[in-house]
Design a protein around this ligand. Structure first.
Ligand SMILES: [Zn+2]
Length: 135
């Protein structure tokens, strides 16, 4: 799940663009042999009440990522929606699979969530500064 966003301009992508970005990112974060299914979902169809969600199986290296439809992006969130950052954030979750228990209540879950968001933010910021690497 991701809840910390502070971009000033919304970054919106189609599902096809997100799939291309997923291909770009998976080789760079060490998940080249993973299979990701990306879905843009309305709020009522999201598994959890968040901007993104990832359900994965370490055993067969498959993950389903849900990104919230811009229509339902809550005005209560800080900053504008950044779908690529949400995507990278959710893609990082399987990397932490062995320690990520999807509980989100213990202190270490909150710290893990913040660490994942910081890494996602840094990676996306770096890619956007590297225009020639755009997919
Ligand atoms: Zn998360």
């Amino acid at each position: 799940m991701s809840d910390m966003h502070d971009t000033t301009k919304a970054i919106i992508h189609t599902q096809e663009e997100l799939e291309r970005l997923c291909e770009y990112w998976k080789t760079r974060i060490g998940l080249a042999d993973w299979e990701f299914a990306i879905r843009i979902k309305r709020a009522e169809d999201m598994i959890s009440e968040s901007q993104g969600d990832c359900h994965w199986k370490l055993s067969n290296r498959q993950a389903v990522i849900q990104i919230i439809d811009p229509v339902d992006y809550s005005k209560h969130n800080m900053g504008e929606q950044d779908m690529e950052r949400s995507l990278v954030h959710e893609m990082l979750h399987p990397l932490f699979g062995p320690v990520d228990k999807e509980e989100n209540s213990r202190l270490e879950d909150i710290m893990l969530e913040q660490a994942i968001e910081s890494i996602a933010k840094a990676l996306v910021k770096f890619r956007r500064g590297q225009q020639e690497l755009l997919p």
